[in-house]
Every structure is written in structure tokens, then in C-alpha cells.
Design a protein. Structure first.
Ligand code: PEP
Ligand code: MG
Length: 325
């Protein structure tokens, strides 16, 4: 089966009725670009930069970050590289020896909240990202946004980082797009506002499910309740897709849902045109797309979205996946 899949490595991911889907890779360290390229991905949809900051006592400085980001940007040879700013806290701690004192780290000072509280970290990361943008097609992604004030503060710091580079005559891409993760229910419900103020959206379903269903994603005791097909989750995804369409902004899914072949047809039927996943899943997701007819999926997805009962959704998903076209 793996050999058969290899044959579609350079085939474009297009449905039977001609709808193209971009399949991108999630990476965690610069060397992952090798797997990303080998997978046939058309770019990096999520580079989780926190791995550069974890398991060490000193933060990486601007130069060290620049070199890592530049390596990825260059290696992808003009394909898009979406680099997420530091998403630290909760399940990703900086120093494993440090005792976590937050009562509930998942609801605490993590990701963009942390970076806004430590603006020097944001500043050096923005400078490193902007410098790397000179060497490839870099896009910047902000994690865990929950309100517009955070976004505006972030953009202000971003503008300051640009200005500091301009003053030093250091080259960067003036047009580098800035996108936001939709992974807090508040951001999905308010996706209209975020779609207006951002260049693109990316749905982090891992956290979106966690926060919508109040299920700790790392707690085995409640893992059976962690369900991407919960109607509330599907509706939040739908609202985000609709908001992005309204303002003509690209939207992707970069959580685990994107790489689950049981969910590919549903997501495409809901209007998703960009999926970013672990490189190992790219070919099987592509195979699923090559055997799908988008207009059939869209009809089925509408039906699934109209249901409030998970027990009725499950059989329809099975049916959707069982049909060849
Ligand atoms: C997500 O939350 O779906 C996501 C892609 O981010 P992470 O898994 O790194 O929190
Ligand atoms: Mg997340």
C-alpha cells in the first residue's frame, strides 16, 4: 500500500470534479524539512518553533532563531513556510526542571499571552522571522488569540520589529503575511473580526476541541470524550470557514484533524482547501481526495452540520467515507 501511495507523491491533490486542496506539512525542528519535502507537501503549514526553546536553560537569541528559520525557508525553495510564534505553556513547558505553579496551565499564561507579557521575546522572534523572510516565502502565525486587543498589541510589536530592521538597513519581506490560530472558542465565535484583521486563519483543532469540550487533551481519564465530530466543534470550524470566505482570506486546519483520513472528506465538504499535517499522513489524505467528488461531499457535509446528535453524525461519516465518489 505504501508503494502504491508513493506513486501519487507528485500528483496534485485534486478531487474528481476538479477542486484543488493544498496539503502542507507540520514540522517541529528545522531538520523536519527533509520529511516535509519527501512527503510531497506543497509547503510547511505549521512550524512549531517552541521546540527551539524547550529543554534548555537559556533562550535562543535572535541569531540562533534566524538561522533555524532561514534554513527552513531556504530548504522549501519558494514554497510557503508558515512559522508559528512561540507557543509555550500548558503541555509545552520551557524548562522541564521548573515547577509549574499555574493552577491550570492550559488556561494560563501560554502562547501569545506569554509573549505579550515578555515583549522582548516577541521582539527578537519577530526580528528573526522577518530576517528569514528575505530567504523564502515566510508567513507568520500567532497562536492562542482570544481577543482583538491581543492581536492589535501583537501587530504593534510586529511593526516595531520591522521598523528596527529598516533603521539598520537589514532586508526583509515587507509583505510578510500575519495570520492567527483559531483554537480558542472565543476566536471561532468571533472569527469575523479576526478574518478582517488578519491575512489568513489556521484552525488549531487540538486546542479548539480541548477548550470547546472542556477536555484536557493530555488527560487519559477523559480521552474518550475528546471527539472532533462533536457538533459544537464542527460548528465552530464552519463559522471560521465562513468568516474567512466572507473576507476572502485563506483558512487551513493544522491540528490533528487535518491528517485523519476519516475526516478528510468532511473537511473538504465543509469548504476547507488547505490541510496541514504530519508529513506521514500526506499521501493517504491525498489518496482520499483523489477519490472524492467535492459537490457530493458538500451536500453530505451540510447534512452532517445540521445535526445536533453525535450518534447520528457517526453513521453519516462512515457513509461519506464508504462512498467511492
Ligand atoms: C492545535 O492546537 O491544533 C495546534 C495545531 O497546535 P498545538 O497542537 O501545537 O497546540
Ligand atoms: Mg494549539
Amino acid at each position: 500500500a505504501q508503494q502504491k501511495l508513493q506513486r501519487i507523491k507528485t500528483t496534485k491533490a485534486v478531487t474528481v470534479d476538479g477542486v484543488a486542496i493544498d496539503l502542507l506539512a507540520n514540522i517541529e525542528v528545522p531538520d523536519d524539512v527533509v520529511a516535509a519535502k519527501a512527503s510531497g507537501a506543497v509547503g510547511v503549514g505549521l512550524y512549531r518553533t517552541e521546540f527551539l526553546f524547550m529543554n534548555r536553560t537559556e533562550m535562543p537569541d535572535e541569531q540562533e532563531q534566524f538561522e533555524a528559520y532561514k534554513h527552513v525557508a531556504e530548504a522549501m525553495k519558494g514554497q510557503p513556510v508558515t512559522i508559528r510564534t512561540l507557543d509555550i505553556g500548558a503541555d509545552k513547558q520551557l524548562n522541564p526542571d521548573e515547577v509549574v505553579t499555574a493552577i491550570n496551565p492550559a488556561l494560563g499564561l501560554r502562547a501569545v499571552r506569554y509573549c505579550l507579557a515578555e515583549p522582548h521575546i516577541f521582539h527578537s522572534q519577530f526580528r528573526a522571522l522577518l530576517r528569514a523572510s528575505h530567504y523564502g516565502q515566510v508567513k507568520i502565525l500567532i497562536p492562542m488569540l482570544s481577543n482583538l486587543a491581543e492581536l492589535r498589541q501583537t501587530k504593534l510589536l510586529f511593526a516595531r520589529a520591522k521598523e528596527s530592521l529598516r533603521q539598520q538597513g537589514i532586508p526583509f519581506d515587507e509583505q510578510v503575511p500575519i495570520g492567527g490560530m483559531i483554537e480558542v472558542p472565543a476566536a471561532a465565535i468571533n472569527a469575523d473580526a479576526f478574518a478582517q484583521e488578519l491575512d489568513f486563519l489556521s484552525i488549531g483543532t487540538n486546542d479548539l476541541i480541548q477548550y470547546t469540550l472542556a477536555i484536557d487533551r493530555a488527560d487519559d481519564a477523559v480521552a474518550h470524550l475528546y471527539n472532533p465530530l462533536h457538533p459544537a466543534v464542527l460548528r465552530l470550524i464552519q463559522m471560521t470557514i465562513a468568516a474567512a470566505a466572507k473576507y476572502d482570506k485563506p483558512v487551513s486546519v493544522c491540528g490533528e484533524m487535518a491528517g485523519d483520513i476519516k475526516l478528510t472528506r468532511l473537511l473538504v465538504g465543509m469548504g476547507m482547501r488547505q490541510l496541514s499535517m504530519h508529513p506521514a499522513h500526506i499521501l493517504s489524505v491525498k489518496s482520499q481526495i483523489l477519490q472524492s467528488e467535492e459537490n457530493v461531499l458538500a451536500k453530505q457535509a451540510r447534512k452532517i452540520l445540521s445535526l445536533n446528535d453525535l450518534e447520528k453524525i457517526d453513521p453519516l461519516i462512515k457513509k461519506l467515507n464508504g462512498e467511492v465518489h
